[in-house]
Design a protein around this ligand. Structure first.
Ligand code: GLY
Ligand code: MN
Ligand code: MN
Length: 434
């Protein structure tokens, strides 16, 4: 991601703001155990606006009727930190690297914040963030409020995240290229899992084969905890134990993907552990696949996300009727949500800097958003039949299938960004036999 991208993002946020000051904080470093930390993951909103990837930093955007200004506060370079954890960029380094107007040490923020807020009426923050820096800003606004001789003071504390996340909804060409890179690595990892899978392996061994591809390709992190679920484990939607043996004759559902430069991919494939679908598995698989293909086909600018959700539920309901699991009229079954027992989750979600990108799903009047070119969404229908569910024919019990791809809305319609990953029964069986 180059500086022009971040400059554009900040410019777009300033356009959405009324006059005032926005403060966005970096993510805090988090302790994993005693004195060791989790590997650092930047706050996506903060990264989106500046690309700075260290903790204890702040971005301040100031807008007046005449001008705008961006200030980055960063942790100063420190020899001790450089020795143990690596060199921080520091104030000079950040000044040279980032095209913000001013850079200061984070230690100066407390002394400057009152001056920064002076005469501003709007303060934009993450309302749900309990960062001490945000508390300090509110304290400074309050102190200014009770000072005599100040003509204007903060009268409105507003949510900055809604504005940022509305912008994050539409990906730039550079963001799309970054997502493509994450998907390319993830594609290789899913193909590797299909190739190496054998009965009696453990679920974590498949995960390890994929993790090797991620790391060896330079993708330092998964986009979320991998789900490698053999047999009935696929019916636990967020199964992350990944410790059981993979049994001959079962399917394995793998929902795993890497992130690249903080941008996610999110891919699920379900395939036979021994490389060959049984008749019952194939029957369900082809139903889920048909639903997925038809939903993807419907994606184009102007289509509302709510419509896609309802459409996918209708198709899943039809599939359940065709499989003999539900009986009756689709409309009546949908009314009582009979399909939800076997298809309990939504059709998909926005994806970007977060795997579940927290961008709005509805407009300000509460209406479902219509697709616009540049949006990226997952399409991930699934059918789940628990091993102990006597409401389904015995041959279907213990089968859980989800198929998930990442779809870009384009001006012409859509592009399946993960179309290169084996998905038809023939492609999957072919890949498993490699
Ligand atoms: N991997 C999480 C999801 O599919 O939403
Ligand atoms: Mn997903
Ligand atoms: Mn997923």
């Amino acid at each position: 991601m180059n500086e022009t991208h971040f400059l554009n993002c900040r410019h777009n946020l300033l356009q959405l703001m009324e006059e005032g000051v926005a403060i966005i904080t970096s993510a805090p470093a988090k302790i994993r155990s005693n004195d060791t930390e989790y590997s650092y993951r930047q706050n996506s909103d903060f990264y989106y606006l500046c690309g700075f990837n260290e903790d204890n930093a702040l971005l301040v955007l100031i807008k007046t009727s005449e001008s705008t200004k961006t200030i980055l506060f960063v942790e100063a370079y420190n020899d001790e930190h450089a020795l143990w954890n690596g060199a921080r960029l520091g104030v000079e380094g950040a000044r040279a690297r980032f095209s913000v107007d001013e850079v200061y040490a984070s230690s100066e923020y407390g002394g400057m914040i009152k001056e920064i807020l002076r005469e501003h009426v709007n303060l934009y923050i993450d309302l749900y963030c309990d960062s001490p820096r945000i508390v300090e800003a509110k304290g400074a606004a309050q102190a200014l409020h009770s000072m005599r001789g100040i003509k204007r003071h903060v009268r409105s504390i507003r949510d900055v995240t809604y504005l940022i996340r509305s912008l994050r909804l539409i990906k730039s060409d550079e963001e799309i290229a970054t997502i493509r890179q994450a998907i390319a690595i993830t594609a290789e990892a899913h193909h590797e899992a299909m190739k190496v899978c054998q009965p009696m392996m453990r679920e974590y061994q498949l995960q390890a084969a994929m993790s090797y591809i991620f790391l060896n390709s330079g993708a330092v992190s998964e986009a979320y905890g991998a789900i490698v679920a053999g047999g009935n484990n696929a019916n636990t939607l967020h199964y992350v134990d990944n410790r059981e043996e993979l049994r001959d004759g079962d399917l394995v559902l793998i929902d795993a993907a890497c992130e690249w430069e903080l941008y996610a991919s999110d891919i699920t494939r379900t395939f036979p552990i021994n490389g060959k679908f049984s008749n019952a598995q194939r029957e369900i698989y082809e139903k889920v696949l048909e639903v997925q293909l038809r939903v993807i086909e419907a994606i184009k600018p102007g289509i509302k996300r709510d419509y896609l959700q309802t459409y996918s539920e209708e198709l899943l309901c039809d599939a359940l009727i065709a499989l003999g699991i539900l009986s009756g009229e689709r409309e009546t079954l949908m009314e009582v949500k009979a399909h939800k027992k076997y298809a309990p989750h939504g059709i998909g979600h926005w994806m970007g800097l977060d795997v579940h990108d927290p961008c709005p799903y509805v407009d300000e009047s509460g209406e479902s958003l219509a697709f616009v070119s540049g949006m990226v969404m997952t399409i991930e229908p699934g059918l789940y039949f628990r091993a102990d569910d006597e409401s389904v024919p015995e041959c279907y019990r213990g089968i859980g299938i989800r198929i998930e791809d990442n779809i870009l809305v384009t001006q012409e319609g859509h592009e399946n960004l993960s179309a290169m990953i084996a998905k038809s029964v023939e492609e999957i069986e072919g890949m498993c036999q490699n």
